[in-house]
Design a protein. Structure first.
Lengths: 301, 340, 274
C-alpha cells in the first residue's frame, strides 16, 4: 500500500513499551475469535480456496476469449468480459494464484533478510548497528512505489523482479522488530546473569529472539501480506510486474482504465483486492490486540 | 537557542552524508543493472548500428568507466547541474522544476487537509471509544487503507467524471486555456498572481479530484495513528487528575488531550509526506497529471540514470528537510526537549 | 472527634467486571470524616483504599461501578450527573495523587494548572488567579513562586512537584482534601517535608483531610482518626493513638508488627552500613 499506514511505521519504530504503568483500564479479556476475526479469517480462507480450486470453480479459461467483447455483467458472465472477450470472473479467481503465493514469498523473504539484518545490528551493535539502521530508515522513508518501480524497471519487468523489488522495500520493517527483540533479550540476560557468563553466543541469542519477536513479527507479517498484494497490484498496474496476458488484478485494473465506461473490468479486481487486504488488516489488528500486554495485565488486579 | 542551531548543524551534516550515500548507492545499483540505456532509448535500427550506438554512449558518457561517470556527476552537482535527461533531452533541473510543482500542487493541500480531518476524526473516535461512531470512523479508515490508490482514483474518476460529469477527465488545465506565466510552477497559484481568474478557476477545478483522492488515502493512514495516540493520552494519569479538578470535558479534550497528543501526530505526519508522494505516483498515472511521479516512471522505464538520480536526490532532500522541520517543531512545542 | 460530619461514606461497594466474573474491590465500607479532622485510611497496597478515594471523586476506572452512598453537603455524590459532580470536584473536594510526575500535565505551565480550574470554578479574572497562584505556591513553601508559576513540571524536583500538586488542590479552598499516598512515590528525604506541609495546612487552613497511606508511621504522625483497610473493607477504626497502642483486630496487630520489624531492620542496616 503506497499510502503507508503510520501504524506500520509506529510498530517498526517503537521498540517496547516503557516500563510498567499503573494500568487503569480493566478490559475483560475476550477470546481471540471475535465475530470480526472469524469473518476476516473466513474471507482469507475463501480466497485461498479459490486459488487452490481455481480450475474447478472458474467458469471459463482466464486466458481465452469466451464471450463477446466488453459485455456488461450478465447471466453468462457474472462480472462481464474485457476487451478481449475474456471472462472477468474467471480472471479474478485466477488472479489469486498470482497474488497470494507472491505475497507470501515477499513476506517470507523480507522476514529472512530483515531478520538477518536486525540480528546483525543487535548483535554487533555500535557502528554496524548505526549504519544498518540508518539504511533501514532511509529505505522506509522512501516512497515505496518509486523505489520498487526503479528496481523493477532496472531489472526488467517480471514476476521475480517484482518480488525482489518489494522485498528490498519491505525488509527494514522486520529488521527493526528483530533488532529491538535482540536488544531486549540481551538486556534481560544482563540483568539475570550479571555478565558472569560473558557475551552471548549467536546461537543462543537466536534461540531467545525467536519466541520474543514472534508476536510482533506475526502481526507485521499479517498486515504486510495485505500490503504486498497492494504493492504487487500497483507494480503490475504500472506494467512492471507479471506480464500480460497473465490475470493479475493490478494489470486488469490498468486495462479497465482504458475503457472507463466499461466499469466492470476495473471494479471487480479492485473489490477483490479490497476485500482480501481488509481481511488481512483486520486479522493483524486482532492478533495485536490479543497479544497486547495491556489487556493481559488487566487480569492481575 | 544555540542548542537549536547545534541540532540543525548536526542534521545538515548527516543530511549531506545521506545524500552522498544516496548518490553512491544509486550509481552502484546502476552498474549491476542488466538493463542497457542505449537499448532502452534507441530504436532497434539505431541500436543495431554500432556507430550510432557508440555515438549515443559517447554523448551520455556511458563509454567511460563508472567511477569517472560518478566523479563527473559529483562535480556537476556542485555547480547545480544535475545532468541532462536522456528522454526529454533537457537539463534535469529544468525537468524537476516543471514536474515537482505539479506534484506539490496536489500533495501539499492533500497533506494539510488530511492532517486537519484526521486529527478531528481521530479525537472524536478516541473520546467516544467503543461507540458506534468510533466503529464507523475506524471502518472508514480501514477501507481507505486497504484500497489500491489507483483503483480508488479510477472509481472516483468514473463516478465524478463519467457518471456525474462534475470534474474534468484528468490533466491540469482544459484545452482552451494556456498555463499562466511561471512563478511557482503551480498553475493555480501562478494564475492567481497573474490575475487570470478564469485560468485559476479552471486549474482549481482540475485539482479537485487528485487532491480529494490523495486526501482520502492519507486520512485513512493518519487517522488510525491519531486515534491510538489520543487514546494513550486519555489513559494518562494527568487526564484523570484534570477530571478530578472538575474541569468540563470539552476543556480537557482540547487543552489537555489535544496538546499532549499533537506531538506524536506531528512526527507521523512528517513521515507520511514521503508515502504521500508514492501515492501521488499512481494517482498521477490515472489522472494524467504531469508530476514527479510520472517523470520518475518514464525515467525508470527508459533507464535514464541521471533523471532517476535527480528524482531520488530530491526525495532524499525532502525527507531530510521534513525530519528537520519536525525536530524543530518538537523543540518548540515540547518544553521538555532542550532542557539540559 | 468532630461534631459535624463533612463526608459520610456509607456501605460503599466498588465492583469491577473481569474475564473471570465480577471482582469486588471495595465492599460494605463506611467512613466518616468530620469538619476539621484528618482521617487516615491505612492498609496494604491493593487493599482498595485508592478505589474508595476514586469512588468519592468519581474517577473510577472504566467499567467499575460503585454502589452505596457518599454523602457530602446533603447530596449523594454517587447519584450526581457529571456536570453536578464537576461543581464539587476540584472546588469543594480536591485530591492529591501518589505520583506527581504522572498527575501533572507535562506540557502546561504550573501556573496554568493552578489557575485553570480556579477561574472555572470561581470566575475570578486571570490577573486575580495569577496572583492567587503565586500565593499558593508560597503557601506550600516553593521557593521563588513568581518564577515557579511560569515553570513546567519537568523543571521541578519530585518533592516540588508534589508541593505544586498540593497547591493546585488547594486553589479553590476546598473543604475536603483527599491525599492518596502522597509521599509514597517520593524520596525518603523529601517525605518528611511533605508530611509537615500537610500537617501545617490542616492546622492553619482548617481543611479536612482523608489521608491514605500504607505507612503506619505516617498515619500516627498526621491522622486524628484512622480506618484500617483490608481486602476492600474496614476492619478496625478509631482514634489513631488508641488503635496503634492497643489494636483490637489481629490484622492491625500484624501491620504494626511488620512495621516494627522493618523499622528495626532499617536501624540495623544503617548501623551496619557505617
Amino acid at each position: 500500500m503506497t499510502i503507508l499506514s503510520p501504524d506500520r511505521l509506529a510498530v517498526a519504530k517503537t521498540p517496547r513499551r516503557r516500563g510498567f504503568r499503573r494500568n487503569r483500564r480493566f478490559t475483560p479479556r475476550t477470546s481471540f475469535w471475535t465475530p470480526v476475526t472469524v469473518i476476516s479469517f473466513g474471507v482469507i480462507l475463501a480466497w485461498v480456496v479459490a486459488a487452490i480450486l481455481a480450475p474447478v470453480i472458474a467458469p471459463y479459461d482466464p486466458l481465452e476469449t469466451s464471450g463477446p467483447y466488453l459485455e456488461a455483467p450478465s447471466g453468462a458472465h457474472w462480472m462481464g468480459t474485457d476487451d478481449l472477450g475474456r471472462d472477468v470472473l474467471s480472471r479474478v479467481i485466477y488472479g489469486t494464484q498470482l497474488s497470494l503465493p507472491l505475497a507470501l514469498a515477499i513476506v517470507v523473504f523480507s522476514l529472512l533478510v530483515g531478520g538477518t539484518v536486525g540480528l546483525a545490528a543487535g548483535y554487533f551493535g555500535r557502528a554496524v548497528d548505526n549504519v544498518l539502521m540508518r539504511v533501514a530508515d532511509l529505505v522506509l522513508a522512501f516512497p515505496q512505489i518509486i523505489l520498487a518501480m526503479a528496481v523493477a524497471a532496472a531489472f526488467g519487468p517480471s514476476v521475480g523482479n517484482a518480488v525482489l523489488a518489494l522485498v528490498i522495500v519491505s525488509w527494514p520493517l522486520y529488521a527493526r522488530i528483530i533488532r529491538s527483540s535482540v536488544l531486549s533479550v540481551r538486556e534481560q540476560e544482563y540483568v539475570f546473569s550479571g555478565r558472569l557468563l560473558g557475551s552471548t553466543t549467536l546461537k543462543s541469542l537466536v534461540k531467545d529472539v525467536i519466541p520474543n519477536s514472534a508476536g510482533p513479527a506475526l502481526v507485521m507479517a499479517t498486515i504486510e501480506l495485505g500490503n504486498a498484494i497492494l504493492m504487487l497490484a500497483a507494480l503490475s498496474f504500472l506494467g512492471l510486474g507479471p506480464r500480460p496476458p497473465a490475470a493479475e488484478w493490478g494489470a486488469m485494473i490498468a486495462l479497465g482504465s482504458q475503457n472507463l465506461g466499461n466499469w466492470w473490468i476495473s471494479l471487480f479486481p479492485g473489490l477483490a483486492i479490497l476485500t482480501i487486504v481488509m481481511a488481512f488488516n483486520l486479522l493483524g489488528d486482532a492478533i495485536q490486540d490479543y497479544l497486547d500486554p495491556r489487556s493481559r495485565n488487566a487480569r492481575k488486579r | 537557542m544555540p542548542a537549536l542551531l547545534q541540532m540543525i548543524g548536526r542534521r545538515l551534516i548527516s543530511a549531506i552524508i545521506l545524500l552522498w550515500g544516496v548518490t553512491v548507492v544509486t550509481f552502484a545499483l546502476m552498474t549491476i543493472v542488466p538493463g542497457d540505456p542505449a537499448a532502452a532509448n534507441l530504436s532497434q535500427q539505431a541500436y543495431d548500428d554500432p556507430e550510432l550506438r557508440a555515438a549515443f554512449e559517447r554523448k551520455w558518457g556511458l563509454d567511460q568507466p563508472i567511477w569517472v561517470q560518478y566523479g563527473r556527476y559529483i562535480v556537476n552537482l556542485f555547480h547545480g547541474d544535475l545532468g541532462v535527461s536522456q528522454q526529454t533531452h533537457r537539463p534535469i533541473t529544468q525537468d524537476l522544476a516543471q514536474y515537482i510543482p505539479a506534484t506539490l500542487e496536489i500533495a501539499l493541500p492533500a497533506m494539510i487537509l488530511a492532517i486537519v480531518i484526521a486529527v478531528a476524526l481521530g479525537m472524536i473516535a478516541a473520546t467516544r471509544k467503543g461507540s458506534a461512531v468510533d466503529g464507523g470512523i475506524r471502518g472508514i479508515s480501514l477501507v481507505g487503507l486497504s484500497t489500491p490508490p489507483f483503483w480508488l482514483a479510477l472509481v472516483a474518476l468514473y463516478v465524478f467524471f463519467y457518471a456525474l460529469g462534475v470534474v474534468p477527465n484528468g490533466g491540469r488545465l482544459s484545452n482552451d486555456y494556456d498555463p499562466p506565466p511561471t512563478i511557482t510552477g503551480m498553475y493555480s497559484l501562478d494564475a492567481l498572481f497573474a490575475g487570470q481568474w478564469d485560468v485559476f478557476a479552471d486549474a482549481v477545478w482540475h485539482l479537485i479530484l487528485p487532491v480529494g483522492i490523495l486526501t482520502a488515502l492519507s486520512v485513512s493512514g493518519l487517522l488510525r495513528f491519531v486515534r491510538s495516540a489520543m487514546i494513550e493520552v486519555l489513559d494518562a494519569e494527568y487526564i484523570r487528575a484534570a477530571t478530578a479538578k472538575g474541569l468540563p470535558p470539552r476543556t480537557i479534550t482540547w487543552r489537555h488531550v489535544f496538546k499532549a497528543g499533537l506531538l506524536p501526530v506531528l512526527t507521523v505526519s512528517g513521515l507520511m509526506f514521503a508515502s504521500l508522494l508514492g501515492g501521488a505516483v499512481l494517482v498521477e498515472q490515472v489522472l494524467s497529471w504531469p508530476g514527479l511521479g510520472q517523470y520518475a516512471y518514464k525515467s525508470a522505464l527508459s533507464l535514464d540514470l541521471q533523471a532517476i538520480l535527480g528524482v531520488t536526490l530530491f526525495i532524499a532532500v525532502v525527507y531530510t528537510l521534513i525530519n528537520l522541520l519536525v525536530d524543530v517543531l518538537y523543540t518548540i512545542v515540547d518544553p521538555r526537549i532542550g532542557a539540559k | 472527634m468532630s461534631d459535624t460530619t463533612l463526608l459520610s461514606i456509607e456501605d460503599l461497594s466498588v465492583v469491577m467486571p473481569t474475564a473471570d466474573g465480577s471482582l469486588e474491590l471495595v465492599h460494605d465500607t463506611s467512613i466518616r470524616i468530620g469538619e476539621g479532622e484528618v482521617v487516615g485510611l491505612a492498609g496494604e497496597s491493593g487493599s482498595g483504599k485508592s478505589m474508595t478515594a476514586s469512588a468519592v471523586m468519581g474517577i473510577l476506572p472504566e467499567g467499575a461501578t460503585a454502589s452505596g452512598r457518599v454523602m457530602f453537603e446533603g447530596r449523594d455524590l454517587l447519584t450526581l450527573s457529571t456536570r453536578e459532580l464537576n461543581e464539587v470536584r476540584g472546588n469543594r473536594i480536591s485530591i492529591v495523587f501518589q505520583d506527581p510526575t504522572a498527575a501533572l500535565h507535562p506540557l502546561l505551565r504550573i501556573g496554568t494548572q493552578i489557575t485553570e480550574h480556579l477561574i472555572h470554578h470561581t470566575g475570578v479574572s486571570q490577573k486575580q488567579a495569577d496572583a492567587r497562584a503565586v500565593e499558593l505556591l508560597d503557601l506550600v513553601r516553593i521557593r521563588d513562586p513568581h518564577q515557579a508559576v511560569t515553570a513546567y513540571p519537568h523543571q521541578f524536583s519530585g518533592g516540588m512537584r508534589q508541593r505544586a500538586a498540593i497547591a493546585i488542590a488547594l486553589a479553590c479552598e476546598p473543604r475536603l482534601l483527599i491525599a492518596d499516598e502522597p509521599t509514597t512515590a517520593l524520596d525518603v528525604t523529601v517525605q518528611a517535608g511533605i508530611l509537615r506541609l500537610f500537617d501545617r495546612l490542616a492546622r492553619e487552613t482548617g481543611v479536612s483531610m482523608l489521608f491514605i497511606t500504607h505507612d503506619l508511621g505516617v498515619m500516627s504522625a498526621i491522622a486524628d482518626r484512622t480506618y484500617i483497610f483490608k481486602d476492600g473493607t474496614v476492619v478496625e477504626h478509631g482514634a489513631t493513638n488508641e488503635i496503634l497502642n492497643s489494636p483490637s483486630h489481629e490484622y492491625t496487630r500484624a501491620l504494626i508488627a511488620s512495621r516494627a520489624q522493618s523499622l528495626a531492620a532499617e536501624r540495623t542496616h544503617r548501623g551496619g552500613a557505617r
